[in-house]
Design a protein around this ligand. Structure first.
Ligand SMILES: [Zn+2]
Length: 181
């Protein structure tokens, strides 16, 4: 990947490209052709360390932002055991924090989905941000309605000073996190 993880003592390695199968066929289709594999370095039955969890959460978040068709649920993010229950029954193991992972990923998605941009001066800058994030933009006069609905909302006053932060972030989740700080 072009970006590196900032978490210390953790390395995220890129493995076999998806077009080079390295495990057997499942239901007639090779899962390597339509999945992205993530391996965690633990022994059977061990829990992830906190740093490992934060790293895999970050990686999942990057992939979900890049591939919006992948949703944070058990239909889209599955254990290796589900494609090979014979040879991989403990992959990733009973202690893998599925519920926490889905909850944390859903939280990031909700943050972006509930973001509303309102133009408070520089309509052009607000429009660019709303398009980058895929969020609605409303005029300031309508903003009280969105506040009442407890949406996150960001006012864009200008593109020069702190407005530059509105374009930060490698993807919509990161950008949303930057503007909500
Ligand atoms: Zn595996």
């Amino acid at each position: 990947m072009g970006e590196s993880c900032s978490l210390s003592k953790t390395r995220i390695l890129r493995g076999t490209p998806a077009n080079k199968p390295n495990w057997k066929l499942y239901n007639g289709k090779n899962p390597n052709l339509y999945t992205i594999g993530i391996e965690h370095e633990t022994l059977d039955g061990e829990e992830l360390t906190d740093v490992q969890y934060q790293s895999t959460l970050w990686l999942h978040g990057q992939l979900l932002a890049k591939y919006p068709a992948i949703k944070p649920d058990s239909d889209h993010i599955i254990g290796h055991y589900r494609t090979d229950s014979v040879n991989r029954p403990n992959d990733p193991g009973a202690k893998f924090p599925w519920e926490q992972l889905f909850k944390d990923l859903k939280g990031e998605e909700d943050m972006v989905d509930n973001l509303v941009i309102y133009a408070d001066g520089d309509v052009g800058a607000a429009l660019i941000l709303s398009q980058k994030l895929g969020c609605p933009m409303v005029h300031k006069s309508s903003s009280s309605k969105y506040q009442a609905a407890q949406k996150h909302w960001v006012g864009v006053q200008g593109a020069n000073d702190s407005g530059n932060i509105y374009y930060a972030g490698a993807n919509r989740t990161e950008t949303a996190r930057a503007v909500l700080k």
